[in-house]
Design a protein around this ligand. Structure first.
Ligand SMILES: Cc1cc2nc3c(=O)[nH]c(=O)nc-3n(C[C@H](O)[C@H](O)[C@H](O)COP(=O)(O)OP(=O)(O)OC[C@H]3O[C@@H](n4cnc5c(N)ncnc54)[C@H](O)[C@@H]3O)c2cc1C
Length: 435
């Protein structure tokens, strides 16, 4: 369908950010008959939503996220048919092998906390893990397995939602950044964009790691930060498992052509900026707990940040947009480690070559769970952001939840833990993981 490349003057809803949250929301809203405008400062799924590993798991999630994620797995099972698209959906389970008693105990504790949800997750003995992974050579203590988890291809999912949303009449504008949320008479009632203004009864903010920048002008506290992660696609390898796998320092999932998406499961990189320093009190304990897994880089990122703060820079002149296409290089040591660990854990795969590699900035919040809210302080605004490295999987259900909030209907979930005001209230729990 031909798309207009001009900004409509008004819409029922304007969605800022065409990642998986924005694209899924646009699809369900357009399907419900709403007049939708979806804006991205860059392109559909240019950021996290196409850079993710692709795990679709309930396993090891914060208990507050479990009801939503369990329902979302039902959506994933029917999504290829719903969107008439190949998403490489593979319901191969999630299998986390535990190499030490402390990791085993940590996962056992999580399972205990999730007991009331009736999940099909179970602890596996060493023999059971070996049965599922006959080629695993690493010494293990056991594992955690959720048979009904799965994985899908991030490069396909958000794009498929966007395509179907377009066919249903949603206007999707790439290269059209939101500069500010418009407010009058105490309500958010539109968006100021690079292409002009658009009025709307409702605005959905799902701009990934940049969401806080658009809230900043409205006296709303969102201590959102980011961590850089590195991923690679291997050459086609002999079959290891269909499960989304974590263990012995690596994470991987099999793509439909037989290659793997691999990453270090333990290491991320922080490209320190002044905002990381400003937010340090929020993240101090989480950083300290994962200190061994995070490497801080101070030089180039800080210099770039300082340049971007100069009044003549593009970033300072358009603070809501900031960097249109952030440079996110993959960290070579992480990928070399991942290859070495994969070859060691599964010698039967032989020599592993890398066909492609990329980095991604994971947006974080101090309690490791997102904001999913229609904040009472800003009527007219919906927020879906801060998914802390696991927001690809719940994306389809987030779209449905945002539709219900836009319609003033029941979402079917208790969203209290995800309210935006928890940061201003100081009601922030200890995270299970922030990235
Ligand atoms: C390396 C990596 C691995 C991951 N692995 C997994 C996984 O296995 N499973 C899982 O569930 N999750 C995973 N995640 C997390 C998941 O990818 C994210 O949580 C999810 O994609 C977030 O989606 P989003 O729509 O909120 O944000 P994004 O995908 O980041 O999209 C935000 C969009 O907003 C746009 N934008 C920003 N500012 C503006 C503006 N001012 N105006 C207009 N547009 C704007 C951006 O251009 C971008 O396209 C991973 C993430 C990374 C980086």
């Amino acid at each position: 369908m031909r798309q207009p490349n001009t900004l409509p003057a008004e819409a029922d809803i304007v969605i800022i950010g065409a990642g998986i949250q924005g694209c899924a929301s646009a699809y369900y809203m357009a399907k419900a008959g709403m007049k939708v405008v979806l804006l991205d400062k860059s392109r559909v799924a240019g950021q996290q939503s196409s850079r993710a590993w692709g795990f679709v798991r309930v396993q090891m999630r914060d208990p507050d996220e479990i009801p939503l994620m369990e329902e979302c797995k039902k959506l994933w099972r029917g999504l290829e048919a719903e969107l008439s698209a190949d998403l490489e959906w593979n319901e191969g389970g999630a299998l986390y092998a535990s190499g030490s008693p402390s990791i085993m105990a940590y996962r056992e504790k999580w399972l205990e906390s999730a007991k009331s949800f009736g999940l099909d997750t179970r602890l596996l003995s060493v023999a059971e893990v070996k049965n599922l992974l006959p080629n695993l050579a690493s010494p293990i203590q056991g594992g955690l397995y959720t048979k009904s988890d799965g994985h899908a291809e991030p490069r396909k999912a958000a794009a498929a939602f966007a395509q179907r949303a377009r066919e249903l009449g949603a206007v999707i504008l790439e290269g059209c950044g939101a500069l500010a949320l418009e407010k009058s008479a105490g309500r958010i009632n539109g968006v100021e964009t690079e292409w002009g203004n658009v009025r709307a009864k409702t605005v959905l903010l799902c701009a990934g790691a940049s969401s806080w920048r658009l809230l900043k002008g409205h006296d709303v506290l969102l201590p959102q930060s980011f961590v850089r992660a590195s991923v690679a696609r291997t050459n086609v390898l002999p079959q290891v498992t269909d499960a989304a796998f974590v263990g012995d320092g690596i994470a991987f999932r099999k793509r439909s052509d037989g290659s793997l998406n691999i990453a270090s499961s333990m290491h991320g990189d922080v490209d320190v900026t002044l905002d990381h320093i400003r937010l340090a009190p929020w993240y101090w304990s989480a950083y300290r707990e994962s200190a061994k897994g995070l490497t801080l880089h101070v030089g180039a990122s800080m210099l770039r940040d300082l340049c971007q703060r100069m009044p003549w820079s593009d970033e300072a002149r358009k603070p809501g947009i900031h960097e249109r296409e952030p440079m996110i290089p993959p960290q070579q040591e992480r990928l070399q480690d991942a290859v070495r660990l994969l070859e060691r854990a599964f010698p039967a795969v032989g020599r592993v070559g890398l066909a492609e590699q990329w980095g991604g900035n994971i947006d974080t919040l101090p309690d490791g769970i997102p904001v999913l809210d229609a904040p009472p302080a800003l009527p007219g605004l919906l927020v879906a952001t801060g998914f802390c490295g696991h927001g690809f999987a719940p994306g389809p259900m987030v779209g449905k939840v945002m539709l219900a909030l836009a319609q003033g209907a029941e979402t079917g979930f208790n969203l209290r833990a995800f309210r935006l005001s928890r940061f201003a209230e100081g009601d922030v729990k200890k995270p299970l993981s922030i990235w």
